[in-house]
Each structure stands twice: as structure tokens, then as C-alpha cells.
Design a binder for this molecule. Structure first.
Ligand code: AVI
Length: 325
């Protein structure tokens, strides 16, 4: 298919930067153990995340979808014809709302999905090509950082980098600053950044979203260990860890951990690493920060990303910001 080009910057077809696992070694040898959340997204993890998005407790995807449905037309009118670059594109379902809006205005459709999971990237790109006969897709299996550094100049009048789904919340404040500067580096003056963020709200709503009654989030969390087993010849026994997620009100973030159910030693042979776990010791696998619109607007402006429009839903649970460099 001529309309699809795929490039893999990580994983099996290593072109630029093979994942050496040094980030895993670093995280598991610290006093407070942690893992980079990007390791959630192997094929199984991406599938589980899709299931999470449809859970009754996980309001994020539904709410952002409502906002996109209401304002995609407005977004397309503001930006004019532009190339859509999406970081963490996953199944690209919400992006279809944007593609539809650009298509309705007869703008050319150029889409660059970027995801660490090559499997879901390829299958969703192929599905998109079937559904949008005029679409050109250039898919990149890469981390955000690598992908942003690799973007070629666009052939369209403008570009919009989309970072929706509140994945920004999975970055620490420092990582967030670095990320914003990578965004400004990747854009030309006048180009756009579309950001979707989960907003602060009572714990009673937040905690169930990360502790669903069907246990899908627990399975998603535990799957990170299966991914490490597979990628680094590990012997994590997932029955000996449990999911633990809570809202840290001081930091305004969900913290998701895996707690060791006994004292145990785990080996990752490919990394030449043995890790000791005490009974009850945890690995921090993810933070999911919840944002204040005024604070994030100031942060974006301070980095030169001027918020042009901010849209929310009727509960003010989720925010969508269109910024311009
Ligand atoms: C991808 N990211 C925005 C999700 C979140 O809500 O932070 C990942 C997730 N973790 C548990 N459930 C969903």
C-alpha cells in the first residue's frame, strides 16, 4: 500500500535506538523502585488499554471524545490544512473525529501516528487506510522523544502535534518541561499543538477509574511484568504481585504500583540483573497527574505555546487546549 509508510525506531527492527533496558535497570535498582510506563504498551498491554478506555469507571476517553466531537470542526477551521502528528496514537479511534473534520473541509489528510507499540500502530494504520481513501499515513514506532527529533518538514501548509488522552499526566513535572521544549523544537512558528488533559476532581471519581470492578486496570498493570519477562528473559511471577492505585491529593496524581506479595528475588537475565523484593515492597509503574487549567495554560505560554482555545465538557472533567507556537 503506497499510502502507508512505516518506520520502526525501536523494538525488533531496530534502526536508530534499540531499547537497551538501561531505564529498567535504573528503575529497579533505586531504593524506591519504579518502571517507565512506556513498558505497559506491548501488544497485550495496548489491547488492555483499549479495554480500559471502554470501562464505565474510566470516564477520560468518553469525556474527551465528547469534547472532540463538539469542537473538531472548529479546530480544523482554525488550523486550516495541516499534517496531524499524534504521539501515543494507539488505536487512533479518537483521531478519526479530527480526520473527519479535516475531510469535511476538503483538506488533504496527512497523518503521522507515533506509538511505542508497532503492532497496534500497523493494524490501526491499515484500518484507517481502508476507511479514508484519500489518507496518507506515515507511521513511526518510537518513543515521543525519538519521534519528535526525527520529524521531517511537512508538505502541507502547517502541522499540528496532537497529544490527547491525558498522556501528559504520565510525565513527571520535569519530564513535562523537557517534553514541551521538544514540542517547540519540532514545530515551526505558527504551527499547532493540541493537548488533552484530565482535570482535578474528587477522589471518589478518580480512584474507581484506576481500580475498576472488572480488574482490567489490575491486569494492565501486571502485564508490565510479563512484558519485561518477554523482552529481558525475566522470571517475574505475576501471581506474586498485586495492583495498587490511589489518588495522592497533595501531588494531584494517581499513583499506580505493583506490590510484592512475598519476599522474593526476580531475575532479568538479558539485563544481568537480580532484584530483591521485600514483602509489601512496591514498584511505582505510573503516575497520572490531574491538571488545573490555569496552571497548565501558564506553563504552556511560558514555553511559547500560546493557548488559543480551551474547551471542556459540562462537568469540567477534561480539558482540550489548542496552542500555537
Ligand atoms: C495513557 N494514560 C493517559 C492512562 C492514564 O489514565 O494515565 C494510562 C492508564 N493507567 C491506568 N489506566 C489507564
Amino acid at each position: 500500500e503506497k499510502r502507508l509508510q512505516m518506520q520502526c525506531l525501536i523494538g525488533a527492527t531496530q534502526i536508530v535506538a534499540p531499547s537497551t533496558g538501561s531505564d529498567v535497570v535504573k528503575g529497579l535498582t533505586q531504593t524506591s523502585k519504579s518502571l517507565p510506563p512506556s513498558y505497559f504498551y506491548d501488544d497485550r498491554g495496548s489491547e488492555l488499554f483499549e479495554l480500559i478506555c471502554d470501562l464505565p469507571e474510566y470516564y477520560l476517553t468518553r469525556t474527551e471524545t465528547t469534547i472532540l466531537q463538539q469542537y473538531a470542526g472548529e479546530i480544523a477551521k482554525i488550523t486550516g490544512a495541516c499534517e496531524l502528528v499524534e504521539l501515543g496514537s494507539g488505536n487512533s479511534i479518537k483521531t478519526r473525529i479530527l480526520l473527519d473534520a479535516y475531510q469535511q473541509l476538503d483538506y488533504p489528510l496527512h497523518y503521522l501516528p507515533i506509538d511505542v507499540c508497532a503492532g497496534i500502530l500497523e493494524s490501526s494504520a491499515k484500518q484507517l487506510l481502508r476507511d479514508y481513501p484519500l489518507l496518507q499515513v506515515y507511521a513511526l514506532a518510537a518513543t515521543y522523544e525519538l519521534a519528535l527529533a526525527k520529524l521531517l518538514p511537512t508538505q502541507l501548509p502547517s502541522r499540528m502535534i496532537c497529544f490527547i488522552g491525558s498522556s501528559l499526566g504520565n510525565l513527571t513535572p520535569n519530564e513535562c518541561d523537557v517534553f514541551f521544549s521538544q514540542i517547540t523544537e519540532a514545530l515551526q512558528v505558527g504551527e499547532y499543538f493540541l493537548l488533552g488533559i484530565d482535570l482535578r476532581k474528587p477522589k471518589q471519581i478518580l480512584e474507581p477509574a484506576y481500580n475498576d470492578s472488572q480488574g482490567v486496570t489490575a491486569a494492565f498493570n501486571l502485564n508490565i511484568l510479563e512484558h519485561l519477562n518477554q523482552q529481558f528473559e525475566g522470571n517475574f511471577d505475576t501471581t506474586q504481585f498485586e495492583h495498587w492505585a490511589f489518588y495522592n491529593e497533595n501531588e494531584h496524581q494517581i499513583e499506580m504500583h505493583l506490590r510484592s506479595l512475598r519476599s522474593q528475588i526476580v531475575e532479568l537475565r538479558a539485563l544481568n540483573l537480580k532484584v530483591n523484593f521485600a514483602l509489601g515492597e512496591t514498584i511505582l509503574t505510573e503516575i497520572s497527574r490531574k491538571f488545573d487549567l490555569n496552571i497548565i495554560k501558564q506553563q504552556l505560554s511560558a514555553q511559547g505555546l500560546l493557548p488559543l482555545q480551551v474547551w471542556t465538557d459540562s462537568n469540567q472533567w477534561f480539558g482540550l487546549l489548542l496552542c500555537q507556537l
